[in-house]
Design a protein around this ligand. Sequence first.
Ligand SMILES: Nc1ncnc2c1ncn2[C@@H]1O[C@H](COP(=O)(O)OP(=O)(O)OP(=O)(O)O)[C@@H](O)[C@H]1O
Ligand SMILES: [Mg+2]
Length: 287
Amino acid sequence: MPARTLAVAGAKGGVGKTTTSINLSAALAEAGLEVLVVETDLAMANVVDFLRFSPEETLHEVLAADAAPRDAIYSVPGGFEVLPSGTTVEGFVNADVTEIPAVLEAVEDRYDVVIFDTGAGVSHESLLPLGLADRTVIVSSPRVASVRDANKTAELAERLGGEVAGVLFSKSGTGRSPPPEQIASYLELPLLGHVPEDPAVPSAQDSGRPVVTVSPDSPAARAYREVAGTLFEEKADRAARTNGDSTTAHNQGARNRPDGDSRDTRNRPDSDDRASSGSIDTAVNDN
Ligand SMILES: Nc1ncnc2c1ncn2[C@@H]1O[C@H](COP(=O)(O)OP(=O)(O)OP(=O)(O)O)[C@@H](O)[C@H]1O
Ligand SMILES: [Mg+2]
């Protein structure tokens, strides 16, 4: 059975997409799931910095047909696996973004969950996973510029035929930011949770490990675990029931994806359904 796929997106830079991808993965791995993070931020890779490893082959080489996907997958602290982006401009230039669906097809049968960590902005490689994944998690800070971009990201995901699972707020607003519930309601998206500003997050990154792993009782770790449970409750239950049946995925051969894809896409018919960006200032009276 193919993995459930999740895109972690948000056009505003630095809101916590990579931190979320890594920590949702660690939380899901903790629950017994086999998880792969595919870093599709091809221009500005960060996973290698946050998890402190130096891969030889990366998604750059895979997308240039210079390496097989299985040769660019690495086990990382936190009990999950990563197909990281490379860090060079040359690798970025040579990467063929249109091969991303084929890469997913080659690896997904070996995992319960595949998470796409997408980059900021609206480049081809940032948007493609939103139409490819079963669901998209929109990450935003509770600040107006970030919420405005989150709104656009949700609209783009829907236009691409993707399903938006909801919005995850990360870090803090200022004193004037409304509560996450209010912003989520303005965005017309389910609220998946709020990961508070937490010094344990940068500290975990300094140690090259997910905060869920290195500071399991920190507020951020608790919040990420809760969001992972909300997103994958059914999967976590199944993994708990079949614990011990899963195989080690690293460097196994690829299997074909079976027919009868049951991915659950909800196509919102037009963009009028989304919140009008003109009223964001009043909804989020902050920047
Ligand atoms: N809950 C948090 N508390 C404190 N710092 C955080 C939190 N979440 C993320 N950060 C910090 O914010 C910075 C940006 O996070 P991250 O790289 O995950 O964002 P991003 O959305 O992936 O960025 P980009 O758009 O560049 O890909 C990092 O330095 C990270 O340590
Ligand atoms: Mg990132």
